[in-house]
Design a protein. Sequence first.
Length: 212
Amino acid sequence: MKVLIVSGGPETLVPDHFLDDGSVRFVGVDAGVIYLLDRGITPDAGFGDFDSISEKELERIEHAGIHLHTFEKEKDKTDLELAIDWALEQKPRSVYLYGATGGRLDHGIVNIQLLTKGFDNGVHMEVIDRNNRIFLKMPGSYSIWRDDHFPYVSFLPFSEHVTGITLSGFKYSLEEADMKWGSTLCISNELVTKKGTYSFSGGIIMVVRSND
């Protein structure tokens, strides 16, 4: 089971299509609830203080029969983090975050940092928008398939140091290289084979698949 969380980021960055294979639970966060309703999707749950929507929109949400989790504006967690915590309690296979980029830079940065919650629960998590797919990886060896919609692949050091990174099947290959914060060594690579591999021995890597 997947959980798709749609937050209240700029609609222009939310993809037209969701990763829906029939085993998906939708969650709306604040204005993200309206975004889903506008597209004929009634989310299983809604989270937020709903300070970014009108009274008429709030009435629409209440009449839709959505299980709402409402909070005060002043709190120790963002609405999105509260939604993620709930989603992880449902024991999903994966969690995808939409509407989590664009707008305020501080929110975008911390939303990417929230991906670390997946590590604590053994759940794959991604941030997805029209131009990017972002996820984190712990040390290991992984396969990666070419995707014409997201042709560019970057590997960024999420931890202070990443050691022993090896890339195979890419335009720019690597063998047992090290990176640290601020390194642009693995920015904007491309797969030259249908399937490539990447591996590393230490640290945490942020994988960014992009199309712009």
